[in-house]
Design a protein around this ligand. Sequence first.
Ligand code: GAL
Length: 328
Amino acid sequence: MVAAALALLSGCTVRQEADTLRVGLALYQQEDTFISGVVQEMERLAREEESRSDLKINLSIADGDSSQALQLDQVERFLDGGCHVLCVNMVDRTAASLVIDYAKEAGVPVVFFNRQPVEEDLRRWEQVYYVGPRGEQSGVYQGEIVLEAMARNPERVDRNGDGVLQYVMLEGEPGHQDALLRTEYSIRTITQAGVAVEQLASASANWSRGQAAARMEPWWQEFGQEIEVIFANNDDMALGAIDVLTQAGVEPEDMPLVVGVDGTPEAIAAMEAGTLAGTVQNAQEMPQVLMDLVMALYRGESADTVAQVDDEHYIWLPYRKILPNQIP
Ligand code: GAL
């Protein structure tokens, strides 16, 4: 009242100090193409929300640099700094129990995303959520992309006409649910449709374009045009394989069928250039759902006001197939 009276006397309006929502956003690795896309979009949404309301949103980002010990320190720092909600993209998804225990002690809700903790850990506390898509769906879609290409143009895919798809598999990080599930379900979808496959080679390239190129190089030397399909657990690795083919002077129409996951802008460009046969958009809604959930938890609202919550902890988001003739 005194302030208001003084303001009135001095002819100024009283400016209320805006409430600040402090969000701690812990990333496994900030350089990751897909993750950095999610974060950029969250930042944009936070600014948009600020312009709509009186709330100030302080999104603090910590890069775990692939070290679980470092990420735990960062989480502790967020909690000590009085963050209201934690969003965590675990380095080691089996280590979530420690994060949950710290957060529970501080009474701060935790939203995990993209790297799925084990169910037992999510059940440690009711204020814990996981936001992400179901990895197996992306594998099924990759398999379908290959089957559909084969149905349209069998000679383009099964080049040697032996009725068997010779393939190589570029896998994501070992132990990551998406690497395991995409590897398994892409192939299973094809064999369940009655098409035989033969694996020529398979290795992890840790989601990385450079590592995928390093894997692809010797495979291309060894198998060359025997390779009919290149499955990559994500787009960056698909692009790494394409880099090797391009450098070897292979024309897009002579390349094996390459499929990825994520739907990154560079992958879309590769589809337009005719080098990538298809990809799977990875949970486009993730940034929006994360921001909405953060806002709801901050306001003490229940998570199901934002999206359907399965088994009390899971918000599942869809994947979508993207083909060269259906670029969104
Ligand atoms: C996957 C995504 C990869 C990588 C990984 C990180 O879902 O397809 O590109 O971002 O998550 O956890």
